[in-house]
Write a protein that binds this ligand. Structure first.
Ligand SMILES: N[C@@H](CCC(=O)N[C@@H](CS)C(=O)NCC(=O)O)C(=O)O
Length: 200
């Protein structure tokens, strides 16, 4: 199995989920700006949609969409609540919320040409979404079910962009503690090291 990834990008969620599941995909680094892999392959040939993550299974099939890949890993490796349970529905709700409200919500901030007014509007909306997570964490340690799940891998990666973009997260102490808790997990540390994001 191969995982096409870019350090710190949303592909990190799938990387973490794989490591938590005990899977060890071959990591293929992608230069998104240059549209090529580390070994010089044309990334557009690998994923015509042009984005990471891409998970290539051992049968050679390639699959995209972080939320779908996370469900696949979680389903096969007990990193999601039981199929058909209310907790599973909650997990799916959170995956959709993270994908559409948080992940895509951050999108405009990656544009270096964004103007200050637009940036402010984007940040205000994102912080409201952070508030949703903060309130939820008042009742529990994990977003869905009773333990770490692929939902938390996705949340860790995307909420972590708040620090990257120097957003003021002081109103969200539970979110900050949650991110710290996840960061300390051995599989997460291993993923961050492999992506060159913490010292090995
Ligand atoms: N719909 C995709 C979007 C993935 C995505 O936004 N990937 C970003 C990195 S976080 C990317 O590769 N962007 C480059 C591009 O779109 O050209 C998913 O949910 O997995």
């Amino acid at each position: 199995m191969k995982l096409y990834y870019t350090p710190g990008a949303c592909s990190q969620a799938v990387h973490i989920a794989c490591r938590e599941a005990g899977l060890a995909p071959q990591l293929i680094r992608v230069d998104l700006a240059g549209r090529c892999t580390g070994s010089g392959e044309d990334f557009d040939q690998i994923n015509p949609r042009g984005y990471v993550p891409v998970l290539e299974l051992d049968d050679g099939s390639r699959h995209t969409e972080a939320a779908a890949l996370l469900q696949w890993v979680g389903e096969n490796h007990h990193l999601l609540p039981a199929h058909g349970s209310p907790a599973r529905l909650e997990a799916l709700e959170w995956l959709a919320f993270i994908a559409t409200e948080l992940h895509k919500g951050f999108g405009p901030l990656f544009n270096p040409a964004i103007d200050a007014t637009t940036r402010e509007a984007v940040v205000v909306k994102l912080l409201r979404r952070f508030g949703t997570v903060e309130r939820h964490l008042a009742q529990r340690d994990w977003l869905a079910g009773h333990g770490f799940s692929v939902v938390d891998a996705y949340a860790f990666t995307i909420l972590g962009w708040g620090q990257f973009f120097r957003m003021d997260l002081s109103p969200f102490p539970r979110v900050q503690a949650y991110l710290q808790r996840i960061a300390q997990r051995p599989a997460v540390q291993a993923a961050l090291k492999a992506e060159g994001l913490v010292l090995a």
